[in-house]
Design a protein around this ligand. Structure first.
Ligand code: CP3
Length: 354
């Protein structure tokens, strides 16, 4: 077992006792940091940055140099899998992701293969290996993937969408085609996450950013079911330690109970729930990760600190809380305010762990 100097994050995900509440932020390596913008400029494009293990490692570690974070997250993107499947991902300046070859028909779906994680996706595994070496046991490294449903939304729409017309069109009119696509994606995600774990990821998270655009019934059939498949297929023990798995469906607070039944270790919670309610609803089945509104980081330091205290109090005493934002940090946040936030979590949480 490799040495880990700070294992608060892994312990909290497994609902074991800790001295203070661990904290990290979704999108912690990103455009709000001037040093990130500089490295991205140096790399040329966002995908070039993801594909260069040394630069991906550099930006992964940047937020850890500034803040007392309890975890690092692999710098990459969820859209690496569809890109490796041949959809040709581009990040057009200011426009978000685009696929030159979207998936529109049963023939397109049948032509998809499962990418080889040490082949087309080897650059991701190389980044994991480089980051683990550079971290040298400071904090655990989180690996991640998109959920099958969330990946399908980008693959069928050909990019970001507000209406989900094409992907829901396929779901309603050709459910068998949609299930075939989701099954191929679930198998790809399992192999991708297992390769990240073999390369050194010490916890994994599944981002289901668009699970909340489905009805509760469609969510179970088209999103949750495939995340269950992933939970069942992912390696849960490596290098003498449990590898926790976290599921995060944004906007899915209405059906937290069914998510807690998947066998995952923890659920990500967005800011639309009170932590006290979320905790009461999942009982001792899973840990919870969340859930400060990222917009609070625009407020003054006193207000940020107050919000941290409210959320800590809402979760209450005992094990199983990982502090995070309810979604990714925004690009126009002042980095100083992030320091106030991280320090406040540690300072005010010790009383909940006595
Ligand atoms: O959390 C981290 O720090 C790790 C890195 C990470 C990125 N994307 C880097 C990134 C992670 C975990 C993701 C996940 C991701 N990517 C999700 C799921 C999580 C969520 O936020 O809901 C989704 C939906 C994507 C797809 C994606 N990637 C979009 C829609 C965009 C454009 C966003 C925008 O605001 O322009 C990206 C690009 C992206 N991924 C950036 C970063 C830092 C910004 C790219 C840049 O530097 O220009």
């Amino acid at each position: 077992m490799s040495e880990l100097k700070n294992d608060r994050f892994l312990k909290a995900l497994l609902r074991q006792p800790v001295d203070m509440t661990p904290v990290w932020m979704m999108r912690q390596a990103g455009r709000y940091l001037p040093e990130y913008r500089a490295t991205r400029e140096q790399a040329g494009s966002f995908m070039d940055l993801c594909m260069n293990a040394d630069l991906a490692c550099e930006v992964t570690l940047q937020p850890l140099e500034r803040y007392a974070l309890d975890a690092a997250i692999l710098f990459s993107d969820i859209l690496t899998i569809p890109d490796a499947m041949g959809l040709e991902l581009r990040f057009a300046q200011g426009e978000g992701p685009k696929f030159d070859k979207p998936i529109r028909s049963a023939a397109d779906v049948n032509a998809l293969g499962i990418p080889d994680p040490e082949g087309e996706l080897q650059y991701v595994m190389n980044a994991v290996r480089t980051i683990r070496k550079e971290l040298d046991g400071r904090v655990p490294l989180i690996g991640f993937s998109g959920s099958p449903w969330t990946l399908a939304t980008y693959m069928v729409e050909g990019g970001s969408t507000k209406e989900f017309g094409k992907v829901k069109g396929m779901m309603f009119d050709e459910p068998q085609t949609m299930h075939k696509l989701l099954d191929t994606l679930a198998q790809s995600v399992i192999s991708y996450l297992n390769a990240q774990i073999a390369a050194g990821a010490q916890a994994v998270m599944v981002f289901d950013t668009w699970g909340g655009v489905l009805t509760p019934r469609d969510y179970k059939e088209f999103s949750l079911r495939y995340m269950e498949q992933i939970v069942a297929g992912v390696t849960r023990e490596n290098d003498g330690r449990t590898v926790p798995i976290v599921l995060f469906s944004k906007g899915a607070g209405g059906w937290l109970e069914v998510m807690a039944e998947t066998g995952c270790d923890a659920l990500g919670v967005d800011w639309t729930l009170d932590m006290a309610d979320a905790r009461a609803r999942v009982g001792d089945k899973v840990a919870l990760q969340g859930n400060m509104d990222p917009s609070i980081l625009y407020a003054n330091p006193e207000r940020i600190e107050q919000e941290v205290k409210i959320i800590l109090e809402s979760y209450g005493k005992g094990n199983g809380h990982v502090f995070n934002l309810g979604h990714g940090i925004h690009q126009h946040i002042d980095p100083e305010n992030v320091g106030v936030f991280i320090d406040a979590v540690h300072e005010h949480s010790t009383q909940y762990h006595k």
